[in-house]
Design a protein around this ligand. Structure first.
Ligand SMILES: Cc1ncc(COP(=O)(O)O)c(C=O)c1O
Length: 360
């Protein structure tokens, strides 16, 4: 078996142990005589799978009973609409921080339903930093404040959460959920597409404070109403059963490894190796500002697009795959989610050292 180190930003590498477990159980799930893909979502076997996944996520993130955990279709992008539809009061106003392409999409979607105030933006410097945020920048009357905790394309992360007073904080955590410890009680809603740190594409996780549900705008489609899914334990319609099953296996894998705090240590160490190398390199340069650096997505460049292209080709020949930066920014990006083993990052740094010596 030839597994490569896959640095894709998403869908992204999954833990080998998880893939192997799914493979072992694929055609006959633990004696059921059928695959999870073929199982009724209403069967007792499947109920155990979805309940177990939910409970394990609760454990991993210490999610209190005052929050619901929903497994939904439609990716993180549907949340760009679901958040305003569910959280707007008759005031219909919200504050957004614009820290990248995904924030911009969230803003554009929310604008369809209400008044969006962009309190700060880092677009002036190609989203290479997280703007400084102070409490007085936020409207205490807003229905919510929206941030993107980790910006997948530009490799930035909020170094700390903004102080938004009593206004519910909503976070798109698609690319750094479960990578470091967050206090869930600081948020009104957390949402994430699965295909980076949770499992395969097809499911989004939404963690929502219970008191924020039940007041959706009249125009909200049933399928876009958090309450619909909360009342039905994410079984209002057929959920993405196999993706939830895989997410459940990833949650078990994380618990076996000591949970999120332990992952955070490993992730900081992995990212640290890359950043240390970049900071001392005479060929490569990291593009995110040091105070805003992500520990999940590390974008970097050489002095020229031609050299970047050469690097990407040669790295792939070494089994270091999917290092091309996002099509809108170019260069390289190493996505080093929880499932990227430390050996993968070590192999990348070693290859970069070698490449630098040859190409200085
Ligand atoms: C931060 C962030 N938000 C939202 C999305 C969109 O997710 P989805 O494709 O699940 O809609 C992505 C996808 O890469 C992302 O990185």
């Amino acid at each position: 078996m030839a597994r490569v180190y896959n640095f894709s930003a998403g869908p992204a590498t999954l833990p080998l142990e998880v893939l192997e477990k799914a493979q072992k159980d694929l055609v006959d799930h633990q004696g059921a005589g059928m695959s999870v893909m073929e199982m009724s979502h209403r069967s007792p076997e499947y109920k155990e799978i979805i309940d177990g996944a939910r409970e394990n996520l609760r454990k991993l993130m210490e999610i209190p009973d005052t929050y619901d955990v929903l497994f939904l279709h439609g990716g993180a992008s549907s949340q760009f609409a679901m958040v305003p539809l569910n959280l707007f009061s008759e005031k219909r106003k919200a504050d957004y921080v614009n820290t990248g392409a995904w924030s911009k999409k969230a803003i554009a979607e929310a604008k369809r339903y209400g008044n969006i105030n962009v309190v700060a933006s880092s677009e002036d410097k190609t989203f290479s930093y997280i703007p400084e945020l102070t409490r007085d920048m936020f409207d205490p009357e807003a229905d919510y404040v929206h941030i993107t905790t980790n910006n997948t394309i530009y490799g930035t992360k909020f170094p700390e959460l903004p102080d938004v007073g009593d206004v519910p904080l909503v976070a798109d955590m698609s690319s750094n959920i479960l990578s470091e410890v967050y206090d869930v009680t600081k948020f009104g809603v957390i949402y994430a597409g699965a295909q980076k740190n949770i499992g395969p594409a097809g499911v989004a996780v939404v963690i929502v404070r219970k008191d924020l549900m039940g007041h959706a705008l009249d125009i909200t489609p049933n399928m876009f109403n958090y309450k619909t899914h909360s009342d039905a334990d994410s079984m209002f319609n057929t959920p993405p059963t196999f993706a939830i099953y895989m997410a459940g296996l990833v949650f078990e894998w994380l618990l076996e490894r000591g949970g999120v705090a332990e992952m955070q240590k490993i992730n900081e160490e992995k990212a640290g190796w890359l950043y240390d190398f970049l900071d001392n390199s005479s060929l490569f340069r990291g593009t995110a500002e040091p105070g805003s650096r992500s520990i999940m997505n590390v974008p970097f460049v050489t002095p020229s697009p031609e050299m970047d292209a050469k690097f990407i080709v040669e790295a792939a020949e070494r089994g270091l795959k999917t290092l091309k930066g996002h099509r809108t920014v170019g260069g390289m990006r190493a996505s080093i989610y929880n499932a990227m083993p430390p050996e993968g990052v070590k192999a990348l740094v070693e290859f970069m050292q070698e490449f630098e010596l040859k190409n200085k």
